[in-house]
Design a protein around this ligand. Sequence first.
Ligand SMILES: Nc1ncnc2c1ncn2[C@@H]1O[C@H](COP(=O)(O)OP(=O)(O)OP(=O)(O)O)[C@@H](O)[C@H]1O
Ligand SMILES: [Mg+2]
Length: 481
Amino acid sequence: MKGFSILLVDDEPLMRLSMVDALEAVGYDVHAAASGTEGIDVIGQKTFDLVITDLRLPGADGMTVLQAAKDKASETEVVVITAHGSVETAVGAMKMGAVDYITKPFQMDELLLIVERISQVVVLRRENQDLKAALEDKFCFNGILGSNSRMRAVLDTIKLVAATDSTVLILGESGTGKELVANAVHQNSPRRDRPLIKVSCAALPETLLEAELFGHEKGAFTGALRQRRGRFELAHRGTLFLDEIGELSPVVQVKLLRVLQERTFERVGGNETIEADVRLVCATQKDLRKEVAQGRFRDDLFYRLNVVQVIVPPLRERQEDIMVIADHVLETCTGKLSKKLKGFSPPSRELLLRYSYPGNVRELENMVERAVALGHERDVIQPFDLCGFRSCPYLGGPQQEACGFCNEGLTGGKRRADVPLVSLAAAREQFEKEHILSVLERVEGSRTTASKILGLSRKALWEKCKRYGIPSAHGDNQDEE
Ligand SMILES: Nc1ncnc2c1ncn2[C@@H]1O[C@H](COP(=O)(O)OP(=O)(O)OP(=O)(O)O)[C@@H](O)[C@H]1O
Ligand SMILES: [Mg+2]
């Protein structure tokens, strides 16, 4: 089999040659060594999928070769060849990590069979790793996790627009990941080796913001004791991220518009014209069109900024991402805090999936971090760790007035003002998901029964569960796909 590499270490020339011949005839990629020392040398230079070594060797013995192979790469498999009647040594080798042994004298077919079995396992393992890497790649781009189709589209836009110098306007509610998007645009652009400078337009009053953006000359205003370069200058040849652009005052809006039109500016209190070779990325939680319509944001500036628009959807409209992000945060936090939590219990998953996250990803992140840090269970996160109430409807108890989850997920009739402003399709999906969850709950997780009640085929239900990230319940194994 091509691509499967074997190192064969045996000091008996005839034996070595016939083994090499037999293995090469099948198509393996074989390297031979005539002593333990030579074998260890070769291992130092190359990593093999499999090392076959005689135990009794001149120089370094087979055990030392085994150790060297495992030290180099723990995934390298080792088969030892032992003399007839020395099974104890073979057992010792297995304890040190050998996967199998073969006793001399043996038929070549016996050896080929062992090698074939091992190569199949190795190939499978490799395929699995490739698949995992591809999956990680599919769901993650520059730290932005997302399997939802709208998030995939956002990531595609980022990849495309990053290569250009176009201004990017990122829109989305608080905590949806706008800053992550801005980072990704810069990191994937030809400007990635130059600075990414960030300014929050909401953080400073008008006069200070102006000086912050464009810099100032010495004596430009009281307190301007020396000349200072602004963010536009610092971002030269790089990217300037203007966050909360909707908060810009009319005066600064005019100045920004001028920079965008002329690609030059002056420091506050100065006459020197400075070139602005800056790629602009802006973000806001506000509905900028509405701001324009109401006269609070200049339309000419809006059109200059709105070259490529990236809308980051709120988390409640991309339910598929909830568990992807929650699992990721759990893994990172457990690692950081050296805890051994394995995941979320089915009821806590349900709770996470039902919630609407007004604070979006940031809220989910904080919630999981807190649950890991303060969690009471050693194995899995339970609803209590997330919401702080011991008794709740998820645990067969009464509804808790003070609990955000209870109020939201289980009251049934939401207040009108709370109804998310989403498309009919998104609302239908939300209802469908909640209905499937309720039915599954009533039938104790049996998908067979649930599919009958719902009038769906088992496959259709399975697909919907997968789409909505509904996990299968415990004790439902016989019912699993
Ligand atoms: N898709 C995602 N995958 C992983 N983490 C995310 C994702 N989206 C957001 N986050 C995380 O959520 C938090 C909030 O993200 P970010 O600061 O980018 O949001 P924002 O939209 O800029 O919020 P705000 O409007 O409040 O400034 C960060 O810790 C970020 O790492
Ligand atoms: Mg932000």
